[in-house]
Design a protein around this ligand. Structure first.
Ligand SMILES: C[S@@+](CC[C@H](N)C(=O)[O-])C[C@H]1O[C@@H](n2cnc3c(N)ncnc32)[C@H](O)[C@@H]1O
Length: 216
């Protein structure tokens, strides 16, 4: 993947959009709703590796009662996402510039209602399956903070990663459903929000694979 060039005036621009991120997001562990001034019974949806934020902002916009938290580790990339949310005037989305490898530091048991993983790095060419965000060790971490019966929605262009992920979900006791190897030509597309990467692959004619997996 081509690296995004560092954005000009990055610190100043992050500062101008400070209402979308926290100086110490780990301090919100177990109290995200309270920290974001949201009702204690609202749903919290989490996106892992949100990229430039098209999916995150459209999803938050379509679900104004949901508290949406998006993780992304690349500073210039997350800035693009934050500025998108600010431009849309959204009040229900917050961003965390951290590595997903540290995810348990940010949420406590039963805090998260839904998880999205879209077009995560496949690590197929380097043959490093343990680095995939759908590898069983990552899923074990997600289990520490999702509600029982929470859904993980997963999309990718990469068939090897997709098949691997479905097996990992099952091995972790998750129920896998709504599988399609061609999302844009399936019934699931009616409610689908495209990500930046998804749009690029669609333009190249690559079919998108998608499934949901329910945590036990
Ligand atoms: C291939 S891009 C997909 C971006 C977006 N989800 C989309 O579909 O357009 C993967 C994104 O995940 C981020 N990412 C990958 N591993 C990460 C990690 N361990 N922690 C945080 N972000 C990560 C990358 O910086 C990149 O922006």
């Amino acid at each position: 993947m081509a690296r995004m060039r560092t954005k000009r005036h990055l610190p100043e621009r992050m500062e101008r959009a400070h209402e979308y991120w926290f100086d110490d997001p780990a301090a919100n562990k177990g109290k995200w709703r309270e920290a974001c001034s949201f009702p204690s019974d609202c749903e919290l949806w989490l996106e892992l590796g949100c990229g430039k934020g098209k999916f995150a902002t459209e999803q938050a916009q379509a679900n104004p009662d949901v508290l949406y938290v998006a993780f992304e580790r690349e500073p210039s990339v997350i800035l693009a996402a934050i500025e998108k949310a600010k431009e849309a005037g959204l009040k229900n989305i917050f961003f965390v510039k951290q590595d997903i490898g540290l995810i348990e530091e940010f949420f406590s048991e039963g805090e998260v209602d839904r998880v999205f993983i879209n077009f995560c790095d496949p690590w197929t060419r380097q043959n490093k399956p343990k680095r995939r965000l759908t590898y069983r060790d990552f899923i074990a971490r997600y289990k520490t903070f999702v509600k029982s019966g929470a859904v993980l929605a997963f999309k990718t262009d990469n068939t090897e990663l997709f098949d691997f992920s479905v097996e990992e979900f099952k091995a972790c006791g998750m129920e896998v459903s709504d599988i399609t190897y061609d999302l844009h030509n399936s019934g699931f597309d009616r409610v689908n929000i495209r990500t930046e990467f998804e749009q690029k692959f669609a333009d190249e004619g690559v079919p998108i694979k998608r499934c949901t997996a329910t945590f036990p």
